[in-house]
Design a binder for this molecule. Structure first.
Ligand code: SAM
Length: 345
């Protein structure tokens, strides 16, 4: 296994069969230590924080895994107004956040003009901050308008790079081709682009995971978000097994070795699956955390999966707690816009 890890460290890629072996590696000390070594070359011990504002849980889509899917009639729906969102950003700024991530379901209520005016409003009040959007699949013209309004980054996980697998996770109206096209559009428009996938989603295999890695090699994203699949009781996947934390950590380390420059969050799903998930993600090579800045009254309603954390060190107002946690494992939270460092090593 050491030879494979050294090869990945030096060449940033592997043969398919070697990736498959590494995905299931059980003696992970060397894997994680090399991932951390690579991360430290680019980012030292800095951990970037992103203030996550979950703007709406209305969604026109019906992804089979997702708790805010259109057909979940048990869910109380909410959407934040422009003023709500600007207040969240103001509060986040005071707390030391310099990136705001606006995430939501695909809520048709917001026109492009509204999204632009929200983005512009944040950038106008806080010109030293980055705005990241994560509001799903839009036309290239919409993405262009958001960019012109000041949006810097866009997160859109490809979910799975195997088109048959994609069909098993999504309704007929959605396709991998469209998802990929959105990502290429975003790249072309000059966004810092994030993609990624769930680990342990139903029907995922090691072979589909290798396809995910190959797609990311093609895309060369700036940010890569992965987290374990966790079931939600009001979805068709209610009785499916959750993803494995160990496999997720191995994949974080593999991604760090493939893309040393990248911004990789230790995700909420990772923190939700285990009380030490957040720290273990950082120790496997992640360098970003995204605490929740949404108003307290709506946090429990952005219910993607059961057991999703939004309190404790997941909550933006508990930033000191998070700082201490990071310090205790040898890392430090920084107040920095935290752009990608492609050529720093
Ligand atoms: N609508 C936007 C989109 O499609 O990109 C952003 C919101 S979407 C809810 C954000 C991410 O949540 C998805 O990309 C998916 O990977 C993740 N997610 C949804 N349901 C999940 C589940 N049951 N377990 C883990 N992650 C989940």
């Amino acid at each position: 296994m050491k030879n494979i890890i050294d090869k990945l460290y030096n060449t940033k890629t592997l043969d398919d069969s070697e990736f498959v072996e590494l995905i299931d590696c059980t003696d992970t000390d060397y894997l994680f230590s090399q991932a951390v070594k690579q991360r430290k070359k680019y980012y030292g011990t800095d951990v970037y924080i992103r203030g996550l504002i979950e703007i709406s849980n209305y969604c026109k889509n019906n992804c089979l895994y997702c708790g805010i899917r259109r057909d979940n009639i048990s869910l109380t729906r909410y959407r934040l107004s422009k003023d709500d969102i600007l207040s969240c950003a103001d509060e986040g700024y005071e707390l030391g956040f310099r990136t705001f991530v606006l995430q939501g379901g695909e809520d048709l209520h917001y026109s492009d003009d509204e999204i632009c005016s929200i983005v512009y409003g944040i950038k106008n009040s806080h010109p030293d901050c980055a705005v990241t959007l994560s509001i799903g699949e839009k036309s290239k013209d919409s993405y262009r308008a958001y960019k012109n309004a000041g949006a810097d980054r866009y997160l859109l996980r490809h979910e799975t790079a195997d088109s048959e697998h994609y069909k098993k996770l999504h309704p007929k109206s959605m396709s991998l081709e469209v998802r990929k096209e959105c990502l290429w559009d975003l790249k072309e428009l000059g966004y810092q682009v994030g993609s990624g996938f769930m680990v342990g989603s139903p029907y995922q295999t090691k072979e589909t995971l290798v396809k995910d890695l190959r797609f990311l090699e093609e895309l060369q994203p700036d940010m890569i978000g992965i987290g374990p699949f966790l079931p939600h009781c009001d979805t068709p996947f209610a009785n499916e097994s959750k993803g494995s934390i160990e496999r997720c950590l191995n994949l974080i380390a593999i991604l760090r070795l493939m893309f040393p420059y990248s911004l990789i969050p230790s995700t909420t799903a990772l923190a939700s699956i285990s009380p030490t998930g957040r720290e273990r993600g950082i120790l496997a090579g992640a360098n970003v955390v995204m605490p929740n800045l949404s108003p307290n009254s709506v946090r429990s309603l952005y219910s993607l999966y059961n057991g999703k954390l939004s309190t404790g060190s997941e909550a933006a107002e508990a930033k000191n707690e998070l700082s201490k946690l990071m310090q205790s494992i040898g890392y430090k939270i920084v107040t920095d816009i935290g752009n990608v460092k492609r050529n720093e090593a």
